[in-house]
Design a protein around this ligand. Structure first.
Ligand SMILES: NC(=O)c1ccc[n+]([C@@H]2O[C@H](COP(=O)([O-])OP(=O)(O)OC[C@H]3O[C@@H](n4cnc5c(N)ncnc54)[C@H](OP(=O)(O)O)[C@@H]3O)[C@@H](O)[C@H]2O)c1
Length: 199
């Protein structure tokens, strides 16, 4: 499977690192364009390349790792999703302070993302963890880092679960986007929960 990263910042680069170390090819994109990522892809190695946002979004599994206010622009004008998997790592925050939480009412953050990516099979993941638990090797001495995920498509979730497992996390299915997604988003029971699976 090929992978794309829309948003090559802290989270996007961390996930890309796990994927290339597991032997996968990854296309990374940033708002500033591919040339701004030359040092980043050089550091990640030959399996990583820089592309436009549209090129990254053309992959079979795409990780969305932009800040909340940038989501509509990042997802605008992309190739038709046609069922490709979009992994939403975002949190609905306009800044680091809890008061910067964006209240969407009955809609969860990943449903908002899905609405801006019609035809994508959205899986929510990684957003519950601080970057310091996303970026390093998730295989700790005490066990593997738990990674909650949620989604409405069984096959997309199985595909994501296999990838998460392969790169060293211990994936835990939190349910559907409306229910699991709400538990996982800021304010939910699983938000900021750092735990390991003892195996
Ligand atoms: N940091 C954490 O601890 C953490 C943990 C869990 C979840 N999250 C969530 O993960 C998301 C990313 O966080 P982060 O800390 O990685 O942010 P970040 O370091 O600021 O990176 C954001 C990236 O998005 C890129 N971007 C913006 N618009 C884009 C577009 N139209 N096309 C492609 N790329 C675009 C930016 O490109 P430029 O550099 O060119 O502007 C930048 O590379 C946020 O929603 C955050 O809430 C963060």
């Amino acid at each position: 499977m090929d992978f794309g990263i829309v948003g090559a910042g802290t989270v996007g680069q961390g996930i890309a690192g796990h994927l290339v170390r597991a032997g996968h090819r990854v296309v990374l994109s940033a708002r500033r364009g591919p040339d701004a990522l030359s040092d980043t892809v050089a550091r990640l190695g030959p399996r990583a390349t820089a592309g436009t946002t549209a090129e990254a979004a053309a992959a079979a599994m795409v990780f969305l790792a932009v800040r909340w206010p940038d989501i509509p622009a990042a997802l605008a004008g992309l190739p038709a999703w046609d069922g490709r998997i979009l992994v939403d790592t975002t949190n609905q925050m306009t800044g680091p302070d809890p008061s910067n939480h964006v209240d969407l009412g009955t809609e969860t953050g990943s449903e908002f993302v899905a609405r801006h990516a019609p035809g994508a099979r959205v899986v929510k993941a990684f957003n519950t963890l601080f970057a310091r638990y996303i970026v390093p090797d998730p295989r700790h001495a005490d066990g593997r880092q738990l990674l909650f995920y949620a989604g409405d498509d069984v096959d997309a979730k199985a595909g994501f679960r296999a990838v998460a497992d392969q790169i060293g996390f211990a994936p835990v299915d939190a349910g559907s986007l409306p229910d699991g997604g709400r538990l996982m988003q800021v304010g939910g029971l699983l938000s900021a929960l750092h735990a390991v699976k003892q195996d």
